[in-house]
Design a protein around this ligand. Structure first.
Ligand code: NCD
Length: 310
């Protein structure tokens, strides 16, 4: 098999094509058989987790994935914890990690940080979120979740709701969908938080039917996959702007009365108040299943990049 991930950086989901993702999903199916096993697939390798921004799921699931595969893990979370507090720059930190590890997973608040790191490092760099721009491994998990729930990613109607301007998970999910054939994507946000021009341009270029809207109510009955996101408070340049849009959307049991029985709700988490807790008990809630796929998808990805076998 040709391995399209071997030795590669993962900066954007658009670095890969549908065929590559299908290989990743097959490896993920296999990884799910080994969730309670310690494998030796990556024995002797070191994975560095460089998280300059807060993280719960992404960091922990990368760590569990690497350890399940038998790799050693080093890393840090938060700038306070490391020498950035002493004035060290990103380039020097990356050079150092490059000499300690076989792969670097990087999260940073600056757009383009992962690409910059990849230019410096000889070892593969995996982008675990660069500012508002990309979060490709989250998109891999999201697409895998849809594929598992619906047995296909094509032909479905999607709604991506919330902060499409500053949300990197939402952005990467939309980019990921352009590698498939969705029936239609509704982009639902307050006017202030519309998807960025380059995202809309990609949709147009790839001929994906989409429509921008402000409300969910009118389209809820058409949707198969409702992808809900948090308003990214920390990325607003002006706190007053956040005040205008906070709490714009709330998915409630009442709203879902008009939904298709098979509608599934995804959310990259953490949620603030976008999804009422009562929705968790409905058959529509798929966000915890989605979060649980974080480990096997990342196991599959690390294995493929580092040339292991599952
Ligand atoms: C997302 C992120 O960090 O971009 N979280 C995640 O990785 N699951 C989404 C968010 O913070 O809203």
């Amino acid at each position: 098999m040709h391995n399209p991930f071997l030795g590669k950086d993962v900066i954007s989901i658009l670095d890969f094509d549908r065929k590559a993702l299908e290989i990743l999903f097959e490896y993920t199916d296999r990884a799910r058989r080994y969730l309670n096993t310690k494998l030796r697939v990556l024995e002797g390798k070191v994975v560095a987790l460089a998280f300059f921004e807060p993280s719960t799921r992404t960091r922990l699931s990368f760590e569990v994935a690497a350890k399940r595969l038998g790799a050693d893990v080093i890393g840090f979370t938060g700038e306070e914890a490391i020498s950035v507090a002493k004035g060290e720059n990103l380039a020097d930190t990356i050079r150092m990690l490059n000499s300690y590890a076989n792969l670097i997973v990087l999260r940073h608040r600056f757009e383009g940080a992962a690409k910059f790191a990849a230019e410096i490092a000889d070892v593969p760099v995996v982008n675990a979120g660069d500012g508002k721009q990309h979060h490709p491994t989250q998109a891999m998990i999201d697409l895998y979740t849809v594929r598992t729930l619906f047995e296909t990613i094509d032909g479905l109607t999607y709604a991506v709701v919330g902060d499409l301007r500053y949300g990197r998970a939402a952005t990467s999910f939309i980019y990921g969908l352009t590698l498939f054939k969705p029936r239609k994507i509704y982009l639902i946000s307050p006017p202030l938080l519309r998807a960025r021009p380059e995202v809309l341009e990609t949709l147009r270029m790839k001929g994906i039917p989409f429509e921008e809207r402000s409300g969910i109510e009118d389209v809820i009955s058409e949707i198969d996959v409702l992808y809900v996101t948090r308003i990214q408070k920390e990325r607003f340049p002006d706190p007053m702007e956040y005040e205008k849009v906070k709490g714009s959307y709330r998915i409630t049991v009442d709203l879902l009365r008009n939904a298709k029985p098979e509608l599934k709700i995804l959310h990259p988490l953490p949620r603030v108040d976008e999804i009422d807790f009562r929705v968790d008990e409905t058959k529509h809630a798929a966000y915890f299943i989605q979060a649980s796929y974080g480990v096997p998808v990342r196991m599959a990805l690390l294995t493929l990049i580092l040339g292991g076998e599952l």
